[in-house]
Ligand binder design. Structure first.
Ligand code: ZN
Length: 294
């Protein structure tokens, strides 16, 4: 579809309401590649990635924005990250058999942790929200209400081909809120409530926006590309191995000959043999770029 792997912002002229639309296609396929996620886990991961892309255009940050779902299972961990350049990555971990279930059913004590990391200052801001029966979209609505004091609504849909998200947000008032502002927000949300998962997944953005808002003046901005890109590298893996300590690492080499690490996000395979490991602890060198892929 023409609007694939793009994020488009829009404004409703004459109101304080803005919106965003994102559809992940190749970036969603890349996140699924080499993983064998159960259907229900993949669905939440797709929604989380679309939501993360939407968040990246509403929250100011210059580093990484991380959306994490934690719970006691069968879904135990889900991570979706987006950098300021809108490159995404995501992964999920689960235990045992997962039947087709909602996020709440898969993880009844699920907590949503949103972390915003700054590259320039190294600061981290974290918010924790419990995920109720309304799932991820509802939890994110309350995140914006609590952390940003902005009325926000999200609609998310995922299948094997696409992951799509629609967001509406009321911008801060410059003066006191008027009745007409309140009316526009309620009215625009009410119309968006009629959007179906099928429309989000299978119809071009312009068709959906026309169907919902042909009586409003919608101003679209230039679409911005969204892509999947993993930040893992041999150097990063080496740094984490070094932090585990020389004794433990050398013992693993004695037992196994090599220490192998697979990236949880993209499944890139990294191996460190005795020579690599010795160099790692003697002079910290890692021979970046020589990672082997199997
Ligand atoms: Zn990776």
């Amino acid at each position: 579809m023409k609007d694939s792997d793009q994020l488009t912002r829009f404004l409703f002229d004459g109101t304080r309401v803005r919106g965003e639309w994102v559809r992940l296609d190749a970036s969603w396929q890349a996140a699924l590649a080499r993983h064998d996620y159960p259907e229900a886990v993949a669905r939440v991961l797709g929604e989380a990635l679309a939501a993360t892309a939407l968040l990246s255009a509403t929250i100011k940050y210059d580093g990484t924005l991380i959306l994490q779902i934690q719970g006691s299972g069968p879904l135990t961990l889900l991570v979706a990250q987006v950098s300021a350049d809108r490159s995404l990555r995501g992964m999920a971990e689960w235990n045992g058999e997962v039947s087709d279930a909602s996020l709440h059913e898969m993880c009844s004590d699920a907590r949503l942790v949103i972390t915003v990391e700054s590259n320039s200052t190294g600061e981290r801001f974290q918010s924790i929200i419990s995920v109720g029966q309304g799932g991820l979209a509802k939890a994110l609505d309350s995140y914006f209400e609590q952390s940003e004091q902005l009325k926000t609504r999200l609609w998310l849909a995922t299948d094997h081909h696409y992951s799509t998200g629609l967001l509406l947000q009321e911008m801060p008032a410059s003066e006191t809120e008027t009745e007409s502002d309140e009316y526009s927000w309620e009215h625009l949300v009410h119309l968006a409530e009629t959007v179906t998962a099928q429309e989000l997944l299978e119809f071009p953005m312009t068709d959906v926006l026309y169907r919902l808002y042909h009586q409003e003046r919608v101003r679209l901005f230039e679409p911005e590309p969204v892509s999947f890109r993993c930040k893992c590298s041999r150097t990063r893996v080496a740094t984490s191995l070094r932090s585990l300590g020389q004794d433990d690492m050398m013992q693993l080499i004695e037992e196994q000959g090599v220490v192998a690490v697979d990236c949880g996000f993209c499944k890139q395979h990294y191996e460190f043999d005795r020579v690599d490991m010795t160099q790692l602890f003697i002079d910290g060198s890692t021979h970046d770029g020589s990672g082997t892929t199997h």
